[in-house]
Design a protein around this ligand. Sequence first.
Ligand SMILES: [Zn+2]
Length: 50
Amino acid sequence: MEDFEFTCWRCGETNIVKGRPKGFWTTTHYELPGEWDCWSCGALNTTPDD
Ligand SMILES: [Zn+2]
């Protein structure tokens, strides 16, 4: 698992989103949840596509 940082669109707080490697041999592409809730304000954020 890899940690990615995203900024909440509403309050600007930094959120840590866990990414799961897409393939066993691949370490550069991670599968991230499409949506996550901000820990600070609870706003629903969407993960930008890569
Ligand atoms: Zn927020």
